[in-house]
Design a protein around this ligand. Sequence first.
Ligand code: S6P
Ligand code: ZN
Length: 189
Amino acid sequence: MSVLFPEEIAVDPVSGAVSPSTGHHVRRLGDLGGLFLDEPARAAEQSALGDPIVYDVIEYKKDGADLFFGTTIIQSGKVGDEYYMTRGHYHARADLGEVYCTQRGHGILLLETRDGLSETVRMVPGSCAFIPPGWAHRSINVGDEPLVFTWFCSVEAGHDYAAIAERGMLKRVVERDGAPRVVDNDLRR
Ligand code: S6P
Ligand code: ZN
């Protein structure tokens, strides 16, 4: 195997830009059909707002490396009373976890296991969330500015979206009386 050399990669804590980067994925409301409980509201907002970006993922991955990292930038917004969020996934490799370090904004990391455990971790600048192996994870922007976080992961981790895509997670994060509240997801009862 060829030798890899150390490098400095710039991460902008305000915009989430990674330079240099090797990949950039954009998820718009139109890509997220079925994610939010109020599907008619999602479709209506998609047309009314011109299919806005919900989140970006920018990554730096080096051929031959064991780890990669990047940023996720989730815009501030809601569909009905449900905050903008990522799709959420298990890792394809159930023995590999991840770390999320928040740079900007205010979020909630929602996690669950296939055995039915459910947890949340606060996402605020200066804190990192430890995501153990075997826990599905979804990040939710509950603030009024973009939520920017940097993640660090094994290149072998992979994504398993199917279980979460089917019926969502055990909990949802919604606005009640102007504040975020974690409530049961009725589709999982
Ligand atoms: C990958 C890591 C993040 C997410 C990103 C978007 O293991 O957890 O890069 O991919 O936050 O979330 P999702 O659920 O749409 O992939
Ligand atoms: Zn992940």
